[in-house]
Design a protein around this ligand. Structure first.
Ligand code: NAP
Length: 359
């Protein structure tokens, strides 16, 4: 019998994690809603599978009850996380996911007491969004415990020659679901505030050069608050210049995505057009993070990190996190950095961290 389950195993990312798990000697149960999609994957990897829909509460709890841990990879998580969290709490199985969606983090953290009582861990965001940035936030925040302001900038763009589309359909579909309703979230005096898209562009020095970045909703704006409790936070993403410089003008168009049929049509288009990054892009791409904190006296600390391309990172780190949780005694709702520490990210091959960048 399998010790853990990958739910959403047939998706772009779930399949990568399943393949990595097998390479590391695991035999996870592959799960999802479609037997027709699960069967060929299970046969190829020599694993067992379980087809169960998230709306079938009884069958889901029964399937989850056969494992110690669920690695949830089926998104958009705004639609999939709550039923799986409920099943994990009922069955007493640890819950991990790879969401970067702020409302999903908020719901997961609201279940902290229930998870402690049940003796399970709930650790959302164990992918590229947010392990590297969450770890770097903890790294700089631990050096300045009275910090009042935090800036974090993520450069997730593949930096390789001949790189193809850097995003999977699932990632873009998750953005389509959330962006129109939550907009650009930043944190002021402990509260989340929405600001106009495309405002506040700035330049940030990354290990491979300086880039323009744009304030954007990224999981850290919520997760970083659980990790470091710093009341003011700016979260930036490096995006293609064509997006950043037109975002202000084009952002009203996002309102169209609030209309159900338009959103569904856009999601279908995305499914057809985005197969996800190729193996070449994943293996040669890189991503980078910058974080800085300052306190009321004006003292600062900053650091940089470079690591694997985002989906490669999610694949590699995902299985390491599963191993840690199965071997450990984690309880309650935790951020990745508070669960595994600021240095866990350094155990992922290809990761380098700097306190000062060489000139
Ligand atoms: N944290 C990170 O850095 C990170 C990295 C990669 C991905 N992600 C997130 O992970 C999610 C999946 O990404 P992906 O690239 O793997 O997408 P994908 O290729 O579109 O796969 C999505 C998977 O979720 C399943 N699914 C979707 N809605 C479901 C529902 N209501 N009930 C049951 N299963 C459902 C799909 O099943 P069907 O095939 O049956 O539709 C499929 O197996 C996205 O939300 C993405 O943003 C995060």
């Amino acid at each position: 019998m399998s010790q853990w389950m990958i739910y959403g195993a047939t998706g772009y990312t779930g399949t990568l994690v399943a393949e990595e798990a097998v390479r590391r000697g695991h035999k996870p149960l592959l799960a999802g809603r479609s037997a027709a999609k699960l069967r060929p994957l299970a046969e190829r990897l020599g694993l067992e599978y379980a087809a169960v829909g998230l709306e079938d509460t009884h069958a889901l709890e029964k399937a989850v009850g056969t494992v110690e841990l669920v690695y949830h990879a089926a998104g958009p998580f705004i639609h999939t996380s709550a039923p799986m969290l409920k099943a994990c709490l009922a069955a007493g199985a640890h819950y991990l996911d790879i969401t970067g969606e702020v409302p999903v983090y908020q719901h997961a953290f609201s279940l902290d007491a229930a998870a402690r009582e049940k003796g399970i861990a709930i650790i959302p965001g164990v992918g590229f969004d947010v392990i590297p940035s969450d770890s770097l936030i903890k790294y700089v925040a631990d050096q300045l415990p009275d910090a009042t302001h935090l800036d974090v900038a993520v450069d997730a763009l593949a930096l390789s020659e001949g790189a193809d589309a850097g995003l999977s359909a699932g990632t873009v579909k998750s953005m389509i679901e959330l962006l129109p309703t939550i907009g650009t979230l930043q944190r002021r005096n402990g509260q989340l505030v929405s600001q106009p898209m495309g405002a506040g562009l700035r330049k940030v020095r990354f290990p491979r050069g300086t880039k323009t970045v744009m304030p954007a909703t990224w999981g850290d704006v919520e997760m970083g608050y659980h990790t470091a409790g710093i009341p003011n936070m700016n979260v930036y993403l490096s995006l293609p210049p064509a997006i950043m410089y037109t975002a202000r003008v084009l952002s009203p168009l996002l309102n169209l995505l609030k209309i159900n049929p338009v959103r569904k049509f856009a999601s279908r288009m995305v499914e057809r057009m985005l197969p996800g990054p190729s193996e070449h892009t994943r293996e040669t791409g890189r991503s980078a993070v910058y974080a800085s904190v300052r306190n009321a006296k004006g003292e600062t600390r900053e650091a940089w990190l470079e690591t694997l391309e985002g989906y490669q990172f999610t694949m590699v780190a995902g299985v390491r996190v599963v191993e840690k949780v199965l071997d450990g005694s984690y309880k309650g709702a935790l951020s990745p950095a508070n669960a595994f520490g600021a240095d866990f990210v350094m155990s992922i091959e290809g990761t380098t961290r700097w306190d000062t960048l060489p000139e």
